[in-house]
Design a protein around this ligand. Structure first.
Ligand code: PMP
Length: 309
């Protein structure tokens, strides 16, 4: 197996949905991305901040009115069972997805008429696959400002990790790659910096970290909150959360993107402007060293964030 589907543990090949599925047609799903890191000394696979991911999927589901029939504890168990079944001895990526599973043409998530209204059926699935780096972490990447604006909270909730939202990120990422860049940075509808297509963004300025506040249409990232905490507690660096202008990116001392997939990815250039001296900065490097030690379970103070399967 390696997957959980329609309430059962199944082989990946048997986790299949109908083409009529509401979520496939209308983007009515909420999902997560969780990393498991292989610790070779202990021969253990460690899932990073797994509870926080399932707490967030419950919050996402509440926003878009999807019912997840499992508690956070039950979701953690399902996740551990699926990962264990893969007998992985390498890093993995886990994808939980709660979605409108109804086979229905029509947009409303309420059916049954005015007398007996009810929400259309939901389901929950989860699978795990081997996974390496998503963006470069060894050498800095080159970014462009996307011509597509980040979805606004009053259009599609940006702080919920909704499947349908990701057409916005996909278009921006594709545009960037086609133009020869590694990643796109998205602006909010009113022109402030929001985030990468699948990452939150930090700059280093005058020995402080700055990141767009949660009201700037960002996903409230788990890596973002990890970085804020370890920068303060381990490096004595405070993070200012506030609206940020595009041109602040150009004059940053250092700039990096963070996320479960991206981990900590240094940025050396935005639209032809070199950031800092064009190399990985000292703060970025220090945060990377700490982060990779923590996720592989090598920092006892943070071992509580790692769950062995
Ligand atoms: N922003 C977006 C749009 C994302 O898709 C992700 C990845 N989940 C992030 C930020 C980073 O979030 P996290 O650190 O929780 O993975």
């Amino acid at each position: 197996m390696q997957a959980f589907f329609e309430g059962k543990y199944v082989d990946m090949a048997d986790a299949r949905v109908s083409v009529m599925t509401h979520a496939l047609n209308y983007g009515t799903g909420v999902f997560e991305g969780i990393r498991g890191y292989w610790n070779s000394e202990e021969e253990q696979l460690l899932l990073f901040r797994v509870r926080e991911h399932f707490e967030r999927i419950h919050r996402s589901a509440r926003i878009v009115r999807i019912n997840i029939p499992y508690t956070v504890d039950e979701l953690v168990d399902i996740c551990a069972n699926v990962v264990r079944s893969g007998n992985f001895r390498e890093d993995v990526y886990v994808r939980p997805l709660a979605y409108k599973s109804a086979l229905q043409i029509g947009l409303s998530m309420i059916v049954g008429g005015p007398d007996e209204p009810r929400l259309v059926d939901d389901d929950f699935t989860l699978f795990a696959v081997p996974f390496g780096n998503y963006l470069d972490i060894e050498k800095p990447i080159r970014c462009t400002i996307a011509s597509w604006r980040r979805v606004n909270d009053n259009m599609i909730p940006a702080r919920a990790k909704v499947t349908g939202v990701y057409i916005n990120s996909s278009m921006a990422k594709t545009e960037a790659v086609e133009a020869g860049f590694d990643e796109a940075i998205m602006l909010t509808h009113d022109g402030h910096v929001s985030e990468g297509t699948g990452e939150n963004l930090f700059v280093v300025r005058d020995n402080r970290l700055v990141t767009p506040s949660v009201s700037e249409d960002v996903l409230e990232g788990i890596t973002r909150s990890t970085i804020i905490q370890i920068a303060r507690d381990e490096l004595g660096l405070e993070t200012v959360e506030r609206p940020m202008d595009r041109t602040e990116l150009f004059i940053a001392d250092e700039l990096f993107l963070v996320g479960t997939g991206a981990q900590i990815s240094p940025v050396s250039e935005i639209d032809g402007r070199i950031i800092g001296d064009g190399h990985i900065g000292a703060v970025t490097r220090a945060l990377q060293d700490l982060y990779f030690d923590i996720v592989r379970g090598r920092q006892s103070a943070y071992r509580k964030w790692c769950m062995s399967v």
